[in-house]
Design a protein around this ligand. Structure first.
Ligand SMILES: [Zn+2]
Length: 463
């Protein structure tokens, strides 16, 4: 029998779906898990994982890679924290296929894309973010979305807070197109955060009850973490009991981050959040680290540099923890960088969320499930588990040392405790160092349905 390419010995393997962990060796061949057991078959390389956990690679279903560097910065930050697969193009920002393919052929992690509603609108000629699209433009968007989904897009993302006057008719037109396809996802950044988040969630839940599509409530903690979370979770459970296919995610921080020029910062935000300009920190550009209350920076930057990233320290920590602890809540980073900087979630989300959950008494397999099989299942990815034949995307980590290090001041510091990250059977990170070149693949929903990710059975047995 030929040698395996990699053997990982002595680690405690986490099985998120079975809520158990077991000491087993893992043999890898051809990018897949070839065998698991207690013996030690021949392999070209061996990793000693004694004393460490072995988890499926983390799956981040909400990232942004709109940064002009081709996504390299954000992908590397995510990779160092153990993310092996990510879904980009959220909150309406996802590019059209013609803008993905030339630039994203060799990602640092496995990368799927959503088509952005905002980009569909722009292509249909609606560039005013406060405008409602007309009949003709909606028809054009439908045709375009159909083409994108046909081409392998993972679904359509919608950022209602950024396009506040989007009509229900416009959203439903998109859902009608999505419903023609199998396994496509509709993540929605709801219309309002703060006190109106309950109504904004209800708007989406009504759509999920009406249309046969899976809708994701994106970064729910940052939308409803102002005292509305308990109610919102109740409404979600209620809608699900009536058959709505709804999923949601959260990142483990009490601050969000977005562009200053967006409608999020239109007058009235202080009342919504019960916090003023001193809670808003500049996260990109020459004023990074300053608060918006200084030097009339709110007015100046909103006019002169509306792209500027603002970190808003306005969310209630206990609400974030309530959201994250819900068994249906996936961990997702919402990671984004601008000119190489942003919110520490890009580099710290997964270790921080796992640590938070485990410290609250959640079991390791359950905490890991929220970072792996749960988000994988949300997206029909066929990843996020460890079993023979599964893709060998793995994280090997030290449970005692696992801890995020990124802060608002030093936003890209890699976490402690992530010892190895393996993509498709090849080590991609050792310690905090990225090894060699990019090892990810550009994922397409079409490929997924037919061949590439369908877990072919292997005939290699170990024990
Ligand atoms: Zn968003």
């Amino acid at each position: 029998m030929r040698k395996h390419s990699l053997l990982i010995t002595g680690g405690t393997v986490i099985f998120p779906e079975q809520n158990k962990a077991e000491k087993l060796n893992i043999a890898i061949s051809d990018g897949k898990i070839a065998a698991m057991g207690v013996c030690t078959p021949d392999a070209v390389c061996v990793i000693d994982a004694d004393g460490l956990y072995i988890s499926p690679g983390f799956i981040d279903s909400h990232i942004h890679d709109e940064e002009a560097d081709g996504g390299e910065g954000i992908e590397k930050a995510l990779l160092r924290q153990g993310v092996t697969t990510a879904i980009a193009g959220n909150c309406g920002c996802g590019p059209l296929a013609e803008n993905i393919l030339p630039f994203r052929q060799n990602p640092w992690l496995n990368l799927g894309y959503l088509t952005g509603h905002t980009k569909l609108r722009e292509a249909a000629g609606v560039t005013d973010i406060y405008a409602a699209a007309g009949e003709k433009e909606i028809e054009q968007m439908k045709l375009l979305l159909d083409k994108e989904l046909e081409g392998g897009s993972f679904g359509v993302s919608i950022g209602l807070e950024y396009l506040p006057n989007t009509s229900l008719q416009e959203i439903e037109a998109l859902l009608e197109v999505v419903a023609r396809f199998e396994n496509r996802w509709v993540p929605i950044h709801i219309r309002k955060d703060g006190p109106k988040a309950v109504d904004a969630v209800d708007e989406v839940l009504d759509l999920a009850e009406k249309w046969p599509v899976r809708i994701q409530l994106s970064h729910l903690g940052s939308m409803a973490g102002f005292g509305q979370l308990g109610k919102v979770l109740e409404h979600i459970e209620n809608a699900k009991s009536k058959g709505a296919d709804v999923t949601f995610d959260c990142y483990p921080y009490s601050a969000f981050c977005t562009h200053l020029g967006s409608a999020v910062f239109d007058p009235g935000f202080e009342e919504r959040w019960g916090k003023g300009l001193e809670s808003l920190e500049i996260a990109s550009g020459p004023y990074r680290g300053k608060r918006l209350s200084e030097e009339d920076l709110y007015n100046r930057l909103r006019k002169e540099d509306p792209e500027t990233f603002i970190v808003a320290h306005v969310i209630k920590q206990d609400e974030v923890e309530l959201c994250l602890s819900h068994p249906d809540c996936a961990v997702a980073s919402d990671g984004a960088l601008l000119e190489g900087h942003g919110h520490p979630r890009a580099a710290g989300t997964f270790p921080r969320a796992i640590r938070m959950l485990v410290d609250k008494g959640v079991s390791w397999p359950e905490a890991i499930r929220k970072c792996t099989s749960l988000p994988a299942n949300m997206n029909w990815l066929g990843k996020g588990v460890i079993k023979e034949g599964a893709d060998a995307d793995l994280v090997i980590f030290d449970g005692d040392r696992l801890k995020d290090n990124a802060t608002f001041a030093d936003d890209l510091l890699p976490p402690d405790g992530i010892e190895w990250v393996i993509i498709g059977g090849i080590p991609a990170v050792r310690g905090k160092e990225i090894l060699g070149g990019a090892k990810g693949r550009l994922l397409s929903r079409r490929l997924h349905s037919f061949c590439d990710y369908c877990y072919p059975m292997h005939d290699i047995n170990c024990c």
